[in-house]
Design a binder for this molecule. Sequence first.
Ligand code: ADP
Ligand code: MG
Length: 703
Amino acid sequence: MNRVSQILSSPIEYLKGVGPRRAELLKKELNIFTFNDLLEHFPYRHVDKTKVNLIQDITSNSEFVQVAGVLVSLEVVGQKRGRRVVGQIKDKSGFLELAWFQGLQWVQKTLKTGSSYLVYGKVTFFKGNSQIVHPEIELLTEAVQEGKNYLEPIYSTTEKLKANGLGGRQIGKLTQMLLQALRENDLPENLPEKIIMQHQFINRFKAFQYIHFPPSADAYDQAVKRLKFEELFIAQLRMGLLKSRRHRYSKGVLFDKVGSLFNTFYEKYLPFELTDAQKRVIKEIRTDTGKGHQMNRLLQGDVGSGKTIVAVMIMLLAIDNNFQCCLMAPTEILARQHFDTLSKLLGKLPVSIQLLTGSTKAAARKKILSELSDGSLHILTGTHAVIEESVQFKNLGLVIIDEQHRFGVEQRAKLWEKAEPYPHILVMTATPIPRTLAMTAYGDLDYSVIDELPPGRQPVITVHRYETHRNNVMNFIRAEIDKGRQAYIIFPLIEESSKLDYENLMKGYENVKAYFPEPKYWISMVHGRQSSKEKETNMQRFVSGDTQIMVSTTVIEVGVDVPNASIMVIESAEKFGLSQLHQLRGRVGRGSEKSYCILLTGQKLGVDARERVQIMTTTSNGFIIAEKDLELRGPGDIEGTRQSGMLNFKLASIIEDRSLLSEVKTMSEILLESDPDLVSAENLQLKQFLQRQKGDPVWSIIS
Ligand code: ADP
Ligand code: MG
């Protein structure tokens, strides 16, 4: 290969001024292993070295300041953990305090009183005095001599690195040296000419120079514009290549006939008319599974949009084609409920269904395993228990995973290995992942969405009440129960193991009991500390209507379906995230009765909590809620997406750059459609670039 990959993939210790010790630190602290990693450690801001603040102008509103002056004192003060170095810098207008809590030796060794320094950092106020903790500091003469009158990059670093002479400024020096050593063909163009022209991008080599050391603010913007685009485009292209490869080369089981089970069910046993969205999704899946390649599809549909029936019909399709199916759910309650639903819906058809969970008895388990391997069992529903190694199918053709965000990528992979060729995978989720996020994190999956609720659903009336009005709320619940309805009362138990949360739940339960005394009222309680049997019994009593009230933690959150329950009270609602609130609310409004969701909170609400409550009371659209959730929490917090490195871009933000993201996605789709293997001359640079990114799954595909 050419020189490109060689120099940029050099280990960081080979860079002049780094050496083995600092290299170790760079790896550990900043994940910088190679020259290229350093090059992609972009500055988070630039300082204009021509702008020096006067100390007297610093106010409590000042954020980052730069001052030039003489270091007039430097001493170690404090004991043990309070031990620190404190210095004073003086310019013609006044004094400013500097403080170091770490790297004390380095500070004492390097800085000299009487010398002039240029100091940069964030101002904080300590006992009324302004100070900069861990400032960037360099000799003034040095700064002036080097003629640093440009925008100087500031890099993120860590205390440990700073203590070893690798502060933000020193990192900048290393980067500058690296850039000087690079030639234009070390950073060759990777985007097709057409795209560059269309967007008037500066070339790649320049972009890297400018993003670190811009000659002007405009040059910096140009560099960011180009590199951000590239970052998103390459990511989308990789995903697109994976998907396109699966479509063209993966072997998948073939569901090519619609048989008697599917038809009989459709004509005789379908309990309701399917919505148009359900019909469309079933058709999409039928088309996809009838092509001979493996389907790997994400099915999104808001709570209550009716994903189960879609799953049922697709399973019948699989069985019609002589394959077995597996339906996996994240909790035992949900798995059992699926089992019950399937048993009821398919009771009159020659289809065998079993449930396998952690609490399945040994004898029953043995029977299930033998029926699975001789092929007489058609559908296995269950929890994680179904992915254990001992569970072997005769001819698994379809795996459906409900509420996917609770399953890790690795667990999914385990399922794939249960058959060759791979079974079709359908991942169903009601955690409405915003589209931008879905297309980024799951860009290699096909995507279907049920964007319509079954007819006749009334929106759940959602209100906010302060805890001080609990009396009114309880009276309201009583009136509804007396009309024959049922109610959920949910307590926050974020950490199932937290003692405090648990005590709150018990207190809450006693409190509810006081309002609703036996024998007129009966209460179920479900929480994570119970055995699954206890949970089950309590749940069943509520489902069958023996109890009118379900006091529970969020274990009830996913999937549970009790149409007669029409009230959802969420205690300490301020402690829940938006998606969770939405999921909980989805437990009601499933029948024909008017339903209510009451968010109880304390008097004091933070800004974010207030906004969450406000959103919940004004919209019931899961996609809007998901977008808001993303805005409020950021992508890193969304369950199950954290491991997906796809969301951690260096420059782009999937929130701020979402319109660019969808533009880029379209562009990459168009490109792959016309040239799926990147063989044309105009895409050659792109192909070579992807090939250089070793360790990437795409690497082996397109070489
Ligand atoms: P989710 O998408 O949240 O898993 P479910 O599949 O549990 O939703 O469906 C929610 C409720 O709506 C169930 O009681 C189901 O029987 C009912 N349902 C589903 N589809 C329809 C439809 N097309 N018409 C009427 N009711 C439906
Ligand atoms: Mg469901």
